[in-house]
Design a protein around this ligand. Sequence first.
Ligand SMILES: *Cc1c(COP(=O)(O)O)cnc(C)c1O
Length: 382
Amino acid sequence: MSTTSPVWVEIDAGAIAHNLDVVRGEVGITTRLCGVVKADAYGHGIPVVLPILMAAGVDTIGITSNQEAEEARRRGFSGRIIRLRAALREEIQEGGRLDIEEWVGGGDHAGVVIAAARSLGRPLSVHLSLNSTGLSRDGMDWDEPQSQPHLRRIAASPELAIVGICSHFPCEDADDVRAGTLTFRNQAGAAERVLGAPRGRFEKHCATSYAALTIPDSRMDMVRIGAALYGDTSAAVPGLRPAMRLVSRIAAINPYPAGSTVGYDRAARIDRASRLAVITVGYADGYPRTLGGRAHVLVHGTFAPVIDRLAMNSLVVDVTQVPSAQIGDEVVLYGRQGSAQIRSADIERASGTIAAGSYTAWARLNPRVVVDVAASEAVPTL
Ligand SMILES: *Cc1c(COP(=O)(O)O)cnc(C)c1O
C-alpha cells in the first residue's frame, strides 16, 4: 500500500467506472444522466470521479458548493453544473463566473436568485423545485395560496432563465416514489403552463439513484445519480461494486487475562483470556464513537469485534479468533477484505446513523489512495 498513514481511505476507480456502466445500462441513453459529485463526490474525490464521468461522456454534474464547481471547471469540465440545493445570495454571486444552474427553492427564494442575477448583470439558468414529493425542504408547495402568484412572478422575471422543473424524494420506498412521481408529473405540467416554456417544455427531473433504478417512470428527462456511482444504493440492482474502503493497521497486540476490563469507563469486560489488538484509528479520524462495542472490522478476512469505547486515535479489537493476526497487519473497517465485507448497512445498524455521514467524514479527515481493481478480481456484492 502506497501510504505510510495510520489510516486511509481507498477508492477503487474501476468500481466507479463499472457502476456508471451499470447505471447507463439500466436507465438507457435517452435519459440525461447528471453525475452527482457533491461533498467531494461523496468523499471519493472530484479529482478521481470527474475524469471517469467525462471519459464516459457525462455532460451534466450536480454539486452543492462553489468549490466543487470551481474544481470541476479547473479540471476542464465544460458541461452543465447544477446546484442541488437552494443557495445563499452570497454563494450565487460568488459562483457567478462558474456558470452554475441554480436551484430555486420556493417563491421567496426566487427573489434571492433574482437579486443575485441583478448584481451579476445577467440572467441565471435555474431549476424550479416543487414540493410534489412532500419533502417540504426547498420546494414550492402547489397547495399553498401563494404558489400561483409566485409562479407568475417567476414567469415574468427576465433575470431567471428557467431550464428545468424538479423535485426530490424523501424516502427510498417504491410506493412512495411511485406516488410522488405521479404528483410531480401533474404539478410540473401545470407549472409549465403557467411559466410558459419557450421551446414547448422544460426539463423535468426528480429521480435519485434509488428512484431511477427502481421506478422507471421516475426517470423523465434526467436522473441525478450519486449513491449508485459509488456502489452504495439501497436499489436492488445486481453488479454494483462499493468503491470505498476504510483501512488501518494493527499497531500492537497483547494478551489479557479473563475478567479484564477494556478501554475508557471500563465499558467492556472480557470473560475469557483474550488477544487484543490496538488499531490506529479513532473517533477524531471520523470513525463514529457509537461504533465502540458494536461494530466489527476485518482482519485476515475474518470479522473481529471492536470491543472498547473508542479513543481519539485508536480502538481495540478482539483478535483471539484470528490467531494469525500480527503487528502491522491491515485492518478493514469499511469495505471488502478477502471474501468478507463490512457494508453500509452494517455501519448503519451499529452506529444508528447513515453511512454516508461517516464516509464523507473519513474522506475529509484521512489521506486518499486510489486503486483500480480489475473487474475480474472484483466480487459483485449486490
Ligand atoms: C444528493 C442528491 C441526489 C443524488 O441522490 P443519490 O441517492 O445519492 O443518487 C439527487 N438529487 C438531489 C437534490 C440531491 O441532493
